[in-house]
Design a protein around this ligand. Structure first.
Ligand SMILES: [Zn+2]
Length: 493
């Protein structure tokens, strides 16, 4: 009798969740197209004399040896301890090992504006091109070992990419594939199903859950009833829902049970004047972030609500940095991976942003950015789960992988310590995904998903850019080879 009950329960479980492949697939046998980028073959490896930043927020530990056995971390010990005889030793003197980044707002596409001209004018329809070739390589090269796609345009393509990576046929990070944007009428790009009712939202979630997506993202023009129906259906299947919202305010989404809110505090519309229920105002949250200064009663009330209801916030500073006049330009190595058209489009947009320097519009952008930094700090201080991702869209200056590193640097500029910022970009993401027992920090038994860095990001966070090797499932990938393979490609395919 007991067995029959168990069998029935198992059948129900299979029916509702067999479709999605796990974010962390078992380590594959690597095919030739992946082997081409392997620098350190898997097996028993000892990386000796390294500084370790373990991802928990703890201080860096000097002069350690990390023992890796196959896909897993076997041990971490002082470099003075004996290394077992059958381990290959790699001398990591002068280097630092941190956990692989867990990118939580990392797209597999790129925003191109048709016929963009220097004045910033472009034409509709916007067709968002897939970067299925270049984006996975850029992410892995720069240390992203797990990422959420956070809204898909070609969902079947993203699912197929995940399958091919998990099978060892293509190179790239572990993927949490997010379904198509859950969006009502008024989306700014055309490749999107338009949700017309709560039942339609439920059906959309059910369909894509059956196709195997790992998560969902609601978008700017969804109604409260549609969002509620989508969340209910996703939760019934054990899947989480995040949102880049506008028509629905943060407090409304929290009440509906959303799991995560994208873009820090930039896109909350609760204080936008004249906000109509279920309508995205033209102001799209600018008045709210401008008014909601850190520590204000409104901010404190919202943050309490988020923390009490365990709603995560995704920090996406690199894409917003691009709107602040006179922000840091792209480095030569980043310009190098852009296609000629992507370069041109980025330079037009950058020029437009910089031409606002010294104007009220420029100052308004800078104030919103400053308020968001303070709110993200207040959220973490109150016990909130802050996770991180770059959002490679915007004006084209947010490049996969490079911008994941930039996010960590900007968190440090916001006032977090380097080890706190690294935790936000590693263990916090793993915690949100329910994978903190497998990834996100350096500990025995966890996946050997690691970044070996030439330098010391605990002392100088910009050293996070000096990636030597990225290990995924205990196999070391060659950053330079991966970057070489996409030179001039990003923006094209
Ligand atoms: Zn995005």
């Amino acid at each position: 009798m007991k067995f029959r009950l168990f069998a029935a329960a198992a059948a129900v479980f299979m029916a509702t969740s067999a479709a999605a492949a796990p974010v962390l697939a078992p380590p594959p046998i690597l095919g030739p197209d992946v082997q081409a980028f392997v620098k350190v073959q898997g097996g028993r490896i000892a990386i000796s004399h390294v500084r370790v930043i373990d991802g928990t927020g703890a201080a860096a530990v000097e002069d350690q040896t990390i023992l890796i056995d196959g896909a897993r971390i076997a041990a971490m010990q002082p470099a003075s301890s004996a290394i077992p005889a059958d381990y290959r030793v790699i001398d990591g003197s002068g280097e630092t090992v941190i956990p692989g980044l867990v990118g939580m707002h990392n797209h597999l596409f790129y925003l191109q504006r048709p016929n963009l001209d220097p004045s910033g004018h472009f034409e509709q329809p916007i067709i968002i091109p897939q970067m299925t070739f270049s984006a996975p390589r850029l992410y892995l090269a720069n240390g992203v070992t797990t990422m959420r796609t956070t809204g898909s345009v070609e969902t079947y393509t993203d699912l197929a990419l995940k399958r091919e990576i998990d099978a060892g046929h293509l190179v790239g990070p572990h993927l949490d594939v997010t379904g198509p944007y859950l969006e009502g009428a008024g989306a700014f790009f055309i490749q999107n199903h338009v949700i017309t009712s709560p039942d339609d939202a439920r059906k959309e979630v059910a369909f894509w859950a059956d196709q195997g997506v790992n998560s969902f993202k609601a978008y700017m023009n969804i109604s409260r009833a549609e969002l509620g129906a989508a969340i209910k259906e996703a939760h019934r299947r054990g899947l989480k829902v995040t949102g880049h919202l506008c028509s629905v305010t943060y407090p409304e989404a929290i009440a509906l049970g959303i799991d995560d809110l994208e873009h820090g505090f930039f896109v909350n519309t609760q204080l936008d004047p004249g906000k109509q229920p279920d309508k995205c105002p033209d102001t799209a949250g600018d008045p709210t972030i401008t008014a909601m200064t850190p520590g204000s009663p409104e901010a404190t009330a919202l943050i309490k609500l988020l923390v009490d209801r365990h709603v995560a916030i995704t920090s996406t500073l690199p894409v917003f940095e691009q709107s602040v006049p006179l922000h840091s330009p792209l480095q030569a190595r980043q310009m190098d991976v852009l296609s000629p058209q992507a370069k041109e489009s980025y330079l037009y947009s950058r020029n437009r942003v910089n031409s606002r320097a010294g104007t009220p519009a420029g100052a308004a952008e800078a104030l919103m950015y400053k308020n968001d930094l303070g709110l993200e700090r207040q959220f973490v201080a109150a016990g909130g789960l802050l996770i991180a991702g770059p959002d490679p869209t915007g004006n084209g200056g947010t490049i996969p992988g490079f911008a994941d590193q930039r996010e960590v640097e900007l968190l440090v500029e916001a006032g977090f310590t380097p080890v706190e910022a690294i935790r936000i970009a590693t263990l916090n993401g793993a915690t949100y995904l329910g994978l903190a027992d497998r990834i996100g920090s350096i500990a025995p038994g966890k996946n050997a998903d690691l970044i070996v860095i030439r330098g010391n990001p605990a002392a100088n966070i910009a050293d996070i850019e000096k990636v030597d090797t990225v290990l995924k499932d205990g196999v070391g990938y060659d950053t330079e080879k991966l970057l070489d393979s996409v030179r001039g490609r990003f923006g094209q395919y």
